[in-house]
Design a binder for this molecule. Sequence first.
Ligand code: HEC
Ligand code: HEC
Ligand code: HEC
Ligand code: HEC
Ligand code: HEC
Length: 487
Amino acid sequence: MSTSANEPRKRNFWADSSKWVIGIVAVALVTFGLTALLITIMERQTEARQPFTKVVELDETTVDPEIWGQNFPIQYESYLKTEEMGPTKWGGSHPVEQEATERDPRTTVSSSRLEEDPRLVTMWNGYPFAKGYSHARGHAYMLEDQRYTVRVLDFDQPGTCLNCHASTVDLMDELGDGDRDAGFAAMNLMPYSEVSQMVEHPVSCLDCHDPDTMALRITRPAFERGIAALKASEGIENYDVNKDATAQEMRSYTCAQCHVEYYFEGETKELVFPWAKGIDIDDIWEYYAEDGHVDWVHEDTGAEMLKAQHPEFDIWSNGIHAAAGVSCADCHMPYVRNGAQKVSDHHLQSPLFDANASCGTCHNESAEEMTDRVETIQDRYIHSRNQAFDALVDLIADIQAAQADGVDEARIAEAQEFQKKASFYLDYVYSENSNGFHAPAYIHRILGDSLDASRKGQKVLTGVPAADLAPSDTTLQYEEMISGENR
Ligand code: HEC
Ligand code: HEC
Ligand code: HEC
Ligand code: HEC
Ligand code: HEC
């Protein structure tokens, strides 16, 4: 192979001065490109540290999300979308039009769950929930839906209610003169009507973000105390959530400030999360038994009852996604692309409205397939829930009949205790808003416990002593094999 024929041509190429110019320009272009790339990379890194242009100063008194929106227009825009309504097969919300009145100026509300399932009225008879209970809807409505529910209009409620329905950081600081805990205590003791006039916005940026650094943070004393008690039950003392939690944990803990089972402590009306013995429903049941807390007395049977509400965090904690470290935000606030930026979708809603974004980061299946999986889990849950519901309603009727027949008090008392358990366990999963999805196996176990309690309550009424309803020897052998933690 001869190279000599090519050499003069090469030399000729570079001998031509215009080609030199092209060469230099090419090198310059490459250098420019590389520099531009380097600058972009450096910009991205700066962006990651300071992902916004500071238009306005934010501090602990900046309650209005619109002001934060000047620094973070994309997040603010999606935050505003929580006012959209729409149903999924079992979740989401159905808008219902109504006439505005002086008492209730809302023209659109979310559909009633009591009308959808009248067994709820039987379960809660004598408690405000039996008078009004609707499907939840987006964060934009949390303050107005609370102000105009019959549970507030027709009943005296404490300021405690507002902990989860308004931006309360600034108010607590103000009431406590800079001491947020003292402000929390003061707010709880005030009447609802008074506190309600001191707040203006639903949950806002300030409630989840540090205004200086934008880091996620916990602002609610009830969660700080609840999670510390839970950690203590696991042998971790002096847990301080704002110092000790990981960034990934905060992506669930910020939601757990509100989406949890709770009660109001007797005289202080303090908001408390019942986790000192653990976060399994049996731990919570035992906690209430020891504490002696009673929510209401059942109107039909006279049983002392417990009401459960929205234990999303509690049930998620017992599921496979929590075990795998998947947070609430992973599914409910997926990253969405905005040009070159990836931002967290602040339009909190059912993940089924965009299963690609919500599940697709981890699961390869199509949105249809993922939706199908969710609905299959939910359909099976509704099936089992129906059985537990019918059984509870039967038990309530049987207790009433036994009381009319003059059955002795001791037996009635045993049946009432079973009613309380069947009701709390069923309510716990009914009030959880994923319709069985957040921890399917755990939820079925709880429904089994509810059904079991209803059956035993009915047996007791027929004259079988409660002692004879103890688990069989075989059951006890199996129970021994089940570790306390995995139950
Ligand atoms: C693995 C994904 C995933 C995780 C993690 C997750 N959820 Fe969900 N969540 C769902 C799905 C799916 C539904 C059912 C939506 C439906 O039925 O339309 C749901 C339903 C809900 C609902 C009712 C929404 C509606 O429109 O009916 C709330 C509230 C909720 N989740 C809160 C939470 C909270 C709080 C956490 C964390 C403690 C959490 N979720 C963790 C997937 C998830
Ligand atoms: C620990 C936080 C927390 C407290 C305290 C709290 N709520 Fe809520 N509330 C929620 C969450 C989360 C939802 C949405 C999920 C749901 O509806 O189950 C909700 C939903 C509601 C709704 C709309 C759905 C419905 O039930 O009709 C009303 C009304 C309401 N709450 C009223 C109240 C009243 C009244 C109080 C005080 C007695 C109160 N809330 C206290 C967290 C809380
Ligand atoms: C300050 C309390 C509070 C915090 C914090 C909070 N929520 Fe909520 N959330 C509520 C209340 C109250 C409602 C019901 C509003 C209504 O029905 O008017 C609600 C409604 C929802 C809904 C719509 C439910 C439906 O059926 O349409 C979803 C989804 C949801 N929250 C998820 C989350 C997630 C995920 C987080 C954490 C990133 C979170 N929330 C943080 C109080 C809170
Ligand atoms: C219920 C809690 C909650 C509220 C309210 C909330 N955020 Fe966030 N925000 C989050 C979570 C969770 C993330 C994800 C952060 C992470 O993983 O580091 C986030 C992330 C962000 C980020 C970081 C960039 C990104 O998109 O991931 C910005 C900026 C932000 N939020 C702005 C806002 C603004 C502005 C508001 C009010 C309009 C707001 N947030 C309200 C929970 C909240
Ligand atoms: C951040 C990652 C992540 C996201 C987002 C996520 N998942 Fe998962 N999912 C997992 C992991 C990890 C497992 C456990 C797999 C295992 O260990 O076998 C799992 C398991 C499951 C299972 C099987 C549950 C069981 O009991 O075996 C279902 C169903 C599921 N996911 C549905 C969903 C749906 C629906 C969404 C969106 C709403 C979603 N996942 C979002 C990571 C994720």
